[in-house]
Design a binder for this molecule. Structure first.
Ligand code: SIN
Length: 275
């Protein structure tokens, strides 16, 4: 397997791999690359829905998202769609998926199905590099802290998405979520220290109210995004990206109004997180 970095600290573009058949040592090597670089991109794949599902099962299992529309025929596959006449996209802010679950999904395999003529890139930021870049004082301040995460305010019947034109497409308005995680986790496979808070789902630190938590949370969110810990996936027909939710945040650009974009996402099962 041959790969090139997408940026200094994050991302890898892989060549010489057919995701429809990858297995054994090659699959192991691809997993290690995802855990380490946070996101990998593979071009010119032609994954059928069945091959997409089979790859996720070989990887380690599927964690079905509570909220996104699912394919009728293949309910393991979530549809991330913005129609040409819609204004709001799914995932258009920095976040990590499923941090509101006590055992968060490991990551996702996202397959490009319909793309706008330009735009619709997905940006990624590396949370190991983000942690490393914090000052020693800030690292000491967050050592041992835990935070509470939920998605209720985003997806409930009168939540953030309900006030947008994609609200009607989403499911799970009555689902209740809530999870406690260390603010600094060790990656379950690599052992690397990672900053594990995000602006979409992290609500407060344990022992503090939302208001008391906001100043420190905002400092962490600001510090987590540095120019040199980011890369972007520019999608082309046949592109597949696989990312690690523990290692990265991501943010889907919403800069293609008037055009449809449809991606098929399978979310991969993860592990409980520890400091
Ligand atoms: C997401 O999973 O947050 C959406 C990613 C994308 O559409 O690029």
């Amino acid at each position: 397997m041959d790969w090139q970095p997408m940026a200094d600290k994050v991302g890898a573009e892989v060549r010489g791999v057919d995701l429809a058949t990858i297995n054994g040592e090659d699959l192991y090597a691809l997993k290690q690359l995802v855990y380490d670089r946070g996101v990998v991109v593979l071009r010119d794949q032609s994954l059928s829905p069945e091959e997409h599902i089979a790859l996720a099962e070989r990887w380690g299992g599927i964690d079905i998202n509570n909220y996104f529309p699912l394919q009728d025929e293949y309910p393991q596959i979530a549809i991330v769609r913005k129609a040409a006449d819609q204004q709001t996209n799914i995932g258009g802010a920095w976040h990590t998926d499923h941090s509101y679950d006590q055992v968060p999904a490991m990551g996702s395999i996202l397959v490009a199905r319909t793309l706008p003529p330009s735009g619709g890139d997905t940006h990624f930021a590396h949370m190991g590099a983000a942690y490393d870049s914090l000052s020693d004082d800030l690292k000491a301040e967050i050592e041992g802290l835990q935070a509470f995460h939920t998605a209720d305010h985003v997806y409930k019947a009168d939540g953030i998405y309900a006030h947008t034109d994609i609200g009607k497409d989403l499911r799970g308005h009555d689902v209740k979520t809530g999870a406690f995680h260390p603010v600094v986790i060790r990656h379950p496979q690599t052992g690397r220290k990672l900053l594990y808070v995000n602006g979409s789902f992290t609500i407060h630190f344990v022992g503090k109210t939302r208001e008391e938590s906001l100043p420190l949370l905002q400092r962490l969110l600001d510090a987590a995004l540095t120019a040199d810990n980011q890369c972007k996936v520019v999608w082309r027909p046949g592109t597949v990206a696989i990312w690690d939710n523990r290692t990265t945040w991501h943010n889907a650009m919403n800069d293609y109004h008037g055009y449809a974009r449809e991606m098929h996402r399978i979310t991969l099962s993860g592990d409980a997180l520890a400091a």
